[in-house]
Write a protein that binds this ligand. Structure first.
Ligand code: ATP
Ligand code: MG
Length: 220
């Protein structure tokens, strides 16, 4: 657990999770003056001297919280599914960073027909666990190709037949001549809490959870 005193550490990733968590912090009366997009600092103070924010890679948030290096964190459901949630308490769906996991193909690729014919599909994705489970449920045999980004490129240049990727507006798919053919699941970000922190720093954490929960209910 981080610190023996009452200071709390909240792990966030840069970008949409950071910016969409700010209103939730504001609802708890906490403001953050430093902007992680501009500053190179990885530890940011807040208006609450007993709360600091650390900036980590989105997929590293559960790890920091699991080990207790951070007491709390905000992570996408995708990250929690892919990386596991051992030792994490997940009290709240914050309803931020909303998107969905989808299967997409190049315009003109007859996905339904490929599935009907029992063709073996080449699937490129960063989300291998979700992809494996999705196609197993459908009874479709796949070759999984693990990528770390820019999945949209894979079907365009023949690396894969389909991709499994996060979509919010669909603009990126459209811009790359891809179409969504299946909705795998809705995704949003969750608050995750280290279980030991929750017990030992309960008096500090509970008011924060209450404020986040109230604010999350107001999210569209
Ligand atoms: P990195 O960019 O470091 O490889 P990442 O792509 O997972 O990691 P972000 O792009 O910041 O990091 O995404 C963080 C979280 O936001 C994701 O885990 C997911 O839950 C959510 N997310 C991803 N893409 C979108 C999107 N297009 N719209 C809304 N939320 C999204
Ligand atoms: Mg990203």
């Amino acid at each position: 657990m981080n610190d023996t005193n009452n200071t709390l550490t909240l792990a966030l990733s840069k970008g949409r999770i950071f910016s969409e968590t700010l209103p939730l912090l504001a609802a708890a009366g906490i403001s953050v003056t430093e902007d992680p997009e501009r500053s190179r600092k990885l530890i940011l103070p807040t208006s609450d001297p007993a709360l600091r924010i650390i900036i980590v890679r989105a997929s590293d948030v559960p790890t920091y919280v699991q080990y207790g290096a951070a007491d709390l964190g905000v992570a996408g459901k995708d990250v929690l599914i892919e990386n596991g949630t051992e030792g994490l308490y997940q009290p709240i769906d914050l309803r931020i960073a909303k998107c969905h996991m989808s299967v997409a193909v190049r315009t003109g690729f007859d996905y339904e027909n490929a599935v009907r014919q029992g063709a073996r599909l080449r699937v490129a994705t960063k989300y291998v666990r979700m992809a494996r489970e999705h196609f197993a449920r459908k009874g479709v045999h796949i070759d999984l190709i693990k990528l770390y980004g820019s999945m949209e490129l894979a079907p365009l240049i023949g690396l894969s037949d389909v991709i499994v990727d996060l979509v919010s507006t669909g603009a990126t798919l459209r811009a790359n001549n891809l179409v969504e053919v299946e909705h795998v699941m809705d995704i949003s970000s969750r608050l995750v809490v280290n279980q030991a922190s929750l017990k030992l720093k309960h008096a500090r954490i509970q008011p924060l959870l209450d404020a986040f929960e109230r604010a999350a209910l107001l999210m569209p």
